[in-house]
Design a protein around this ligand. Structure first.
Ligand code: ADP
Ligand code: NA
Length: 340
């Protein structure tokens, strides 16, 4: 039995959005009350696709500010960025040698991100799930709050942990770690909205990398930007239904109702009992007010925090120092187990 510990990460790739917030960050905040939490700005993951060095630093600070502005307490818990703790890359190499090529070949995110020109994708993009397994297991974390899109990667992390425990069972026992060195980390796909879709296309998830700025509400958006994006959000000509069944074949309507419900701490039927039968324009106005009320203050606080780069950098340095203590300890144990 492993002591419970939470780990999760967000990539510093710009355009932090409502999906990241409702799918992951809200849950990060909640878990602080019951668990030791480690939240990581995963910059090593960011460079699996091209990044501009002059923008990366700002994005790292932006994600850090978003954690704090949303309510993560960097004194009680740990906030740091991945590249400051070298053991992430070190354990990822070990896991590259544990995971099987066939496992990685099944990863749908790689297929989506690599697109048609797979031969030209980086090796890092392909090995990304092994680095993610290392991020989690370096701290022997037991619980991982994520959005639905990360479910498959979490399953791979569990497979890696299990194979390591089995392959090295004798050495794990001989080194005094009992029957298993790594816990099998559990995904917590429990944010208020675990799969927020694009505002322009109900078949695509809201994403940092979508070229259309109107596809997402960014946490840094001001009231005007939020209002414009919600008003332009794709809908169909029908009025809102009164029952959730009526949302079945209407992905854009379903997504907006889901966003409203998540932001307001309601269920979809509750939202529909207030707005069902009415026109989209009235519902959208209410959604603008709600989103501005909930997201606006976070964006303003992020702006205030990022203006003080020295403060953000001190949070990251302090977090890295505390993360490193755990990481070094566990990596030393892994090396003993491997026979290094
Ligand atoms: P992105 O996928 O936008 O590049 P990340 O990979 O950094 O963002 O993901 C950070 C967290 O946000 C992960 O837990 C991920 O599952 C969650 N997430 C990302 N997009 C969405 C979305 N559209 N809806 C819900 N959760 C999401
Ligand atoms: Na993602």
């Amino acid at each position: 039995k492993f002591p419970e510990r939470v780990f999760s990460g967000v990539q510093p790739t710009g355009n932090l959005h409502l999906g990241n917030y409702l799918g992951a960050i809200v849950k990060f905040v909640e878990l602080q009350r019951t668990h030791d939490c480690i939240y990581c700005v995963v910059d090593l993951h960011a460079i699996t696709v091209p990044q501009k060095p002059e923008e990366l630093k700002a994005s790292i600070r932006e994600v850090t500010a978003a954690f704090i502005a949303s309510g993560v307490d960097p004194k009680q818990h740990i906030i740091f960025n991945q590249s400051q703790v070298a053991e992430h890359a070190e354990l990822a190499w070990v896991f590259n040698c544990v995971a099987r090529i066939g496992w990685l070949n099944r990863m749908t995110q790689f297929k989506e991100k690599a697109g048609k020109d797979r031969e030209n994708a980086s090796v890092g993009l392909y090995a990304y799930p092994c680095l993610m397994a290392a991020d989690i297991l370096l701290y022997r974390a037991t619980h991982v709050p994520v959005g639905e899109d990360q479910k498959q990667h979490l399953e791979l992390a569990r497979d890696v942990a299990q194979k390591f425990n089995l392959d090295f069972a004798a050495s794990i026992a001989a080194n005094g770690f009992g029957e298993a060195f790594f816990p099998l980390p559990e995904p917590l796909i429990q944010g208020p909205a675990t799969r927020v879709m694009s505002l322009r296309d109900g078949a695509k998830k809201m994403s940092k990398s979508d070229p259309s700025d109107y596809s997402r509400i960014n946490l840094s958006d001001d009231a005007d930007a939020i209002a414009q994006k919600v008003r332009k959000a794709k809908t169909d000509p029908e009025p809102l239904p009164s029952e959730v069944e009526g949302l079945a074949a209407r992905p854009e309507a379903d997504n907006l109702v889901g966003i409203f419900a998540a932001l307001n701490g309601q269920t979809k039927p509750e939202v529909l009992s207030a707005f069902g039968g009415g026109q989209f324009s009235a519902f959208k106005s209410a959604l603008v007010d709600l989103a501005v009320a909930k997201i606006g203050p976070i964006g303003a606080e992020m702006k205030r925090l990022t203006a003080d780069a020295a403060y953000i950098d001190s949070v990251l340095a302090d977090g890295a120092a505390r993360a490193r203590v755990i990481a070094k300890d566990n990596m030393a144990a892994v090396k003993d187990i491997l026979g290094f």
